[in-house]
Design a protein around this ligand. Structure first.
Ligand code: 4NP
Length: 155
């Protein structure tokens, strides 16, 4: 099983959106090969469903998020998941600090998977309020990530 963990700060806006976009994995018939989860580096929203803005854009696009609840990322995640994909430089720094010198899965940013992207970070809609922009970026990033995973794992 290939395991992918999306990480953001609160695990209520950006990373649950990326997790929900797992519908593209289902459409490719790869649900039994790729497992997807999300977590936050902060614990303020642990146990909460995705943010209203994230739910709204997912509803608009008929993407389900049933049962999704925020959780905090923990050290064990870094070895359990082969692809640990975060949203911005702050998440990246926090994950690298957590990892220390231990061996982990690949840790990178979602926008690394968008060819010729001029933007490295997915802006935080919790502060910008722009969930539409984030949805576009997250879907592009997830498509690129899926392409890479398929290439790297001969799927
Ligand atoms: P997210 O957005 O990292 O995309 O889930 C945030 C959600 C909550 C907070 C910050 C960012 N917060 O400070 O509570």
């Amino acid at each position: 099983m290939i395991r992918v963990l999306f990480v953001c700060l609160g695990n209520i806006c950006r990373s649950p959106m990326a997790e929900a976009v797992r519908n593209i994995v289902k459409e490719d018939g790869l649900s039994d090969k790729i497992e997807i989860d999300s977590a936050g580096t902060g614990d303020w929203h642990v146990g909460n469903p995705p943010h209203e803005g994230t739910r709204k854009i997912l509803d608009t696009n008929r993407i389900d998020y049933i049962g999704m609840k925020a959780r905090k990322v923990f050290t064990g995640d870094l070895t359990r998941f082969q692809y640990i994909i975060c949203m911005d430089a702050e998440n990246l720094g926090n994950l690298h600090r957590m990892a220390g010198y231990s061996e982990t899965g690949f840790i990178g940013r979602l926008m690394d998977f968008v060819e010729n992207s001029e933007i490295d970070d997915v802006p935080d809609p919790y502060f910008t309020g722009n969930f539409d922009e984030v949805y576009e970026m997250v879907t592009e990033g997830c498509k690129g990530l899926l392409k890479t995973i398929k290439e790297e794992n001969n799927l």
